[in-house]
Structures are given as structure tokens and as C-alpha cells.
Design a binder for this molecule. Structure first.
Ligand code: SAM
Length: 281
């Protein structure tokens, strides 16, 4: 089939008895140029273990396999899982598809087989941040990851302190990896066209920060951003962490690290969050 042709795609969906499911963000990339740019950016070597999240009808999957990837694909839609198994599965030896919600199956496959060399995904909009959080919070590491997400989310992934896009998600991203927004992709490059612009982001997992307790760090960041307009001190009062550790102990952790609690969380750098969480741990 021609992956650039909306007619071929809707014909195939009909043949498979699979309607387009909006809730699963099924917008297919119909620009061969954009697909090639994304795959070039991933820059794999033959024999590399690659994970693809949300392969859909396999437009990028096929190109990855042709470049020698040993590929595991994570797809929720049974109709696509069967189609990919029948077509690419018959042509390529090193290919398998894991059916289910990637937010769960990624962790299961990591536990069984370890980390991949590369991760790629044109991610479904509604669960993109959850899937990225699963990758980063579970230490799913790789030499490089390349994801396509809604532009607003990409802006949050790369945002720095003091900017309007800086959020708990930015801190999660900044404390676990280096992120680079590489290029935007217009709605016309997809079928059906979404209402928003997308962006391709390169993620290089790993960081110079030593994180003593990653779960505690994630919790601290979430609680400090729970009311953006409140100061750190006011967010801490009445927080779950204060109930568990006691407000005094929390304030001590800020004092030892010389971080002022009368400012808002958005003023703190990713390193500041790590320092406080480490002091508390
Ligand atoms: N890779 C294809 C492309 O670029 O044309 C399709 C990308 S489409 C934006 C997102 C894909 O993710 C769909 O195939 C959809 O069925 C799948 N998907 C949606 N939610 C998922 C989830 N929770 N876990 C795994 N796959 C999911």
C-alpha cells in the first residue's frame, strides 16, 4: 500500500473492518519526507534493538525494518496488531508486536528483556505525556528516543524555569534526560488532519543529577506545582508530603539547600528540585 495516500489508508481500514478511533489518536503520517526525517534522526545501526510505540499501519515500522532494526512494536489496536503480524511479520525475522496499552506493556517488556537501544513513536495525543512519563520514571533507557507529540506538549518538555510552559512535566523531563525540539509538523502531513501542530522531540536519556529517591522527587515536584500561583511554602502547607514528613522537616530541606520558600515553584531549576529531594531523602 501507499502510506502517503489517504485513499489507500481508508481502503485498508475498511478491509480490516477497523474504523478510525479518535480516542486512540489514530492520525497517520502521510508525508514520506517527514517519516524519513524522523527515522534519520533516530540514526540506528543494523541489528539495533528498537522499540516503536504506536506503529499503526506500519509506515515507519517498515522503513525501520528495512534499515535492519530488530523491532518490537507496541500497539493497542488488535486490527493493526494482526495486520502488522500478517504483513511485516511474514517478511522480517526480527519483528514482533506487543498488543496492549504501552503505558503498561513497555514496563513488562523492559522487565523481561531489558532496555532497547532506540525508541521511536508518533505518539497518540491523549496519552503522550503519560507514555513519556512511564519511559522516564521507570528508567527505560536508550541511546536516543525520538517522539512526535502535540507542539504544546513539546514546548513543556523543553521549557526552562520562569517561562509560562515550565511545569511539573518539564522538571520530570529535565531531571531524567536532555530534550531537544527538532522541527514542527503541520496538520496537513497527517490523515485525518488533527486540529493542532505537532513537533518532533529528541530525548537523550541520562543526566548528571544523582537522584537518591526518584519516587520522592516526582512527588515533591507534583506537590510544589499543585497550585502554580502559590509560593512553595504555601503549597507545602497541607500537602501530602507535609502530612508524612512534617512541615518542619520539609522546610529544613529547603534551608539546608539555601532555596527560598517564598518564591513559586516555577522559579526553581531542575537541579534545585533534585537538591531538595535528595536532602529530604
Ligand atoms: N505510527 C503511525 C503513523 O505514524 O502513521 C500511527 C501513529 S498514530 C498517531 C498513534 C498510534 O498509537 C495508533 O496506531 C494507535 O492505535 C496507537 N495507540 C493509541 N493509544 C495507544 C496506547 N495506549 N498504547 C499503544 N498504542 C496506542
Amino acid at each position: 500500500m501507499n502510506h502517503n495516500s489517504p485513499r489507500d489508508i481508508s481502503g485498508l481500514l475498511e478491509e480490516l473492518g477497523a474504523g478510525l478511533k479518535k480516542r486512540w489518536g489514530q492520525n497517520f503520517l502521510i508525508s514520506g519526507d517527514v517519516r524519513t526525517r524522523i527515522i534519520d534522526l533516530l540514526d540506528i545501526e543494523p541489528g539495533a534493538a528498537v522499540w516503536e510505540i504506536g506503529p499503526g499501519l506500519g509506515s515507519m515500522t517498515e522503513e525501520l525494518l528495512e534499515r535492519g532494526a530488530h523491532l518490537t512494536a507496541f500497539e493497542i489496536d488488535w486490527a493493526f496488531v494482526r495486520f502488522l503480524g500478517d504483513t511485516l511479520g511474514a517478511r522480517f525475522e526480527h519483528f514482533n508486536v506487543v498488543q496492549g496499552d504501552a503505558a503498561k506493556t513497555l514496563i513488562e517488556v523492559q522487565a523481561e528483556h531489558g532496555n532497547p537501544d532506540y525508541v521511536l513513536g508518533n505518539l497518540p495525543y491523549s496519552v503522550a505525556s503519560a507514555i513519556i512519563a512511564v519511559l522516564l520514571e521507570n528508567g527505560i533507557s536508550a541511546k536516543r528516543m525520538v517522539v512526535m507529540v502535540q507542539r504544546e506538549l513539546a514546548n513543556r518538555m523543553v521549557a526552562g524555569p520562569g517561562t509560562k510552559d515550565y511545569s511539573a512535566f518539564s522538571v520530570l523531563c529535565g531531571t531524567r534526560a536532555r530534550m531537544r525540539k527538532v522541527f514542527d509538523v503541520t496538520p496537513g502531513c497527517f490523515y485525518p488532519a488533527p486540529e493542532v501542530v505537532s513537533s518532533v522531540v529528541e530525548i537523550l536519556p541520562g543526566t548528571e543529577h544523582e537522584i537518591r529517591d526518584p519516587v520522592l522527587l516526582s512527588r515533591l515536584v507534583r506537590e510544589l506545582f499543585s497550585s502554580r500561583r502559590k509560593t512553595i511554602r504555601n503549597n507545602l502547607k497541607g500537602s501530602g508530603l507535609a502530612a508524612e514528613y512534617g512541615l518542619e522537616r520539609l522546610l529544613d530541606a529547603f534551608e539546608t539547600t539555601s532555596i527560598d520558600t517564598s518564591v513559586r515553584a516555577e522559579a526553581l531549576s531542575t537541579q534545585d528540585f533534585v537538591r531538595v529531594a535528595n536532602a529530604l531523602a
